[in-house]
Design a protein. Structure first.
Length: 617
């Protein structure tokens, strides 16, 4: 129990008591003195003099200090002593050496002592020289500057900012007039707008192209300045329907279209050439984009861009490669059957002959493909290792296709139900090519490829849910009679078991809603993560932030109780509603889901339960 602090009450005195006390103190012969007429005492003349003297001294002191601050802060304006300017030649281009001249002049009749200059230069400014040399960094201790004297500092360097750019140069002077101990400042600034660079880039190549025909493009780079430069980065963006083949020089990274140029001499052009083909999906104007940039500290400052349009004319045969109804990259689950098709049409005016489709399946790690070839349906195609061929041998209609004729080849690839990554790949690429011979005035044999299609396999995560009255050793963990009976309370544990072996998972969540007549017993246990119950929504949630594959199978369980009703005799009582599982596959970035209908008192999955779990009367 908390303690109480007690205080005594204070009694208030009455006005009569106060009057009596005053009379006792001031009464003279029983009478109160007249306090309305008090005699004033004459103040001393000496006291009045001292008071006035102190007041005058305070006023003079305040005036003196105010004058001092006014003199140092207001009267001495910097413009009254030093005039400074920053001058940069017009027409400067990014990447060429520029001269920054900082001029200053003492415009007063008072010498300046301890003059100091500090320059604030753009972060992308590469300093090449200064005249005179700086005292330290970009600071000059200029010392004394006599009245009406002047001077200048010349700073030279190269800017490596992105085009266009607005750069600021600042000169900060610290001034100490000879007749003052105060430090004053003067500032001069110059803003430089740059819209041109010494680096020039031109992308050239064919204006028209046939799908499937190898094309060559050139990226020409030229340093139009007077200074040798280094670390320039050429970047390329290709349309989706362009298949890159090779380049000279080779790319620094095979995953990106970038080339580093380590030295650019003035007036000595350099070039990057690359080849590729437009796939069957490319049609009409296709834009290729390129840029060149200064590259330093892992940042690219783009200087010039060059784009090119190539009009792609389709071949005589138009075709598409479809997996599970889509021509896009996709993620599938183990055990799925990939329903695949090739549709084609002769869009030319002449017939084509000797048609052959070749589908090659490539895995990223040079391991075995996760395809169960024994159960695959190839629609009479012939397989050689990981390539399937369809031609007139498998389908006589492919011997010749007349103008306007269409066709479809359907086939399936079943995936294994289980996957060992040490022996199989969880990602593979499908590449389809068609080879045919044109007829008419010009007879040409051509090969056209489709866009590669990547198939990724999601992790094999699987959730199991079941009721338990006994543990694995046969001990009772439930309470009450079994089988459950009308009017009697029996408790069970609901077990959630999660298996996952292929990829690590994140944001794992298992949820269910308890039926209204099922009681939450507030007893839970998990191998990993946390389990909670919301009394308002009646939702049970098992949340796991991260589930690595090396964790193995994990389980979570919670206890619930039921009291069966008469109308439930001979049935299994529902313990949970639908159970939902979601998780993110960290390898494919895909969201995995699974739904289990519900859990009831059917104990067939409990290895030690002899009763069925049907409600008895």
């Amino acid at each position: 129990m908390p303690t109480k602090i007690l205080r005594k009450k204070k009694h208030k005195r009455s006005s009569k008591q106060i009057q009596k006390e005053l009379e006792a103190m001031y009464a003279d012969d029983g009478k109160m003195p007249d306090l309305t007429h008090l005699e004033k005492r004459e103040s001393s003349q000496t006291t009045r003099f001292l008071f006035r003297l102190i007041l005058i001294l305070l006023v003079l002191s305040g005036a003196a200090w105010g004058g001092f601050f006014l003199w140092t802060q207001s009267i001495f304006q910097t413009s009254d002593f030093l005039e400074a300017t920053v001058v940069i030649d017009e027409g400067v281009r990014m990447g060429e050496e520029m001269e920054v001249r900082i001029s200053y002049e003492n415009i007063s009749q008072v010498d300046i002592q301890n003059l100091e200059l500090t320059t604030n230069l753009p972060s992308s400014f590469f300093l090449t020289s200064t005249t005179p040399a700086a005292t330290y960094g970009t600071t000059w201790e200029l010392g004394k500057l006599t009245a009406s004297s002047d001077g200048s500092i010349i700073v030279k360097g190269i800017l490596f900012s992105e085009i266009p750019s607005s750069e600021h140069f600042q000169a900060l002077f610290t001034i100490q007039p000879a007749n003052s101990s105060a430090d004053l400042q003067a500032i001069a600034t110059k803003t430089l707008e740059l819209s041109e660079s010494v680096l020039d880039l031109a992308l050239t190549g064919p204006e028209t192209a046939l799908a499937g025909e190898e094309m060559t493009y050139t990226l020409a780079v030229n340093n139009t300045g007077k200074t040798a430069l280094g670390f320039a980065l050429v970047q390329l963006e290709l349309p989706e329907g362009f298949e890159f083949i090779s380049s000279v020089p080779e790319r620094d990274d095979e995953d990106v279209y970038k080339w580093m140029l380590y030295s650019l001499e003035p007036g000595v052009p350099q070039q990057v050439t690359f080849t590729g083909v437009f796939t069957s999906s490319a049609e009409g104007d296709q834009e290729l984009s390129s840029s060149i940039a200064f590259y330093q500290d892992d940042e690219a400052a783009i200087q010039s861009t060059s784009n090119l349009l190539t009009k792609v004319v389709g071949g005589s045969i138009g075709f598409h490669f479809i997996v599970n109804g889509s021509a896009e990259n996709q993620f599938v689950d183990l055990g799925d059957v990939l329903h695949t098709s090739i549709d084609f049409e002769n869009t030319g005016i002449n017939a084509v002959e000797n048609i052959e489709f070749a589908l090659t399946l490539e895995d990223a790690d040079e391991t075995r493909l996760p395809i169960n070839w024994d159960q695959a349906f190839l629609s009479e195609g012939s397989r050689e290792n990981a390539t399937i061929y369809w031609n007139e041998t498998s389908d006589e209609t492919l011997a010749a296709i007349e103008s306007g004729a269409k066709g479809v080849i359907d086939f399936t690839f079943p995936l294994y139900n289980e996957l060992d990554l040490s022996n199989y790949s969880d990602t593979f690429t499908c590449k389809l090519a068609i080879t045919y011979t044109t007829t008419g005035d010009t007879i040409v044999t051509r090969t056209i490829e489709s866009n590669p299609l990547v198939i990724g396999i999601n992790s094999d995560a699987h959730l199991f849910a079941e009721p338990r009255y006994y543990d694995n050793d046969g001990n009772e963990i439930g309470d009450g009679i079994l089988p459950p009976s009308v009017g009697e309370t029996t408790s069970f544990y609901v077990l959630w078991d999660l298996e996952n072996n292929l990829h690590d998972l994140s944001n794992v969540k298992v949820t269910t809603i308890l039926p209204s007549d099922v009681a939450w017993m507030d007893k839970v246990s998990t191998d990993i993560g946390t389990m909670s119950f919301d009394q308002t929504t009646r939702q049970v949630t098992w949340a796991i932030t991260s589930l690595p594959t090396d964790t193995g199978d994990v389980a979570g369980l919670f206890k619930v109780a039921i009291t069966p009703k008469q109308e439930e005799v001979g049935t299994y009582v529902k313990l949970t509603n639908t159970v939902n599982f979601t998780a993110k596959d960290t390898a494919t970035e895909d969201v995995l889901t699974q739904t289990i209908n519900f859990v009831n008192t059917n104990l067939t999955s409990d290895p030690h339960a002899l009763e069925s779990g049907l409600v008895a009367d």
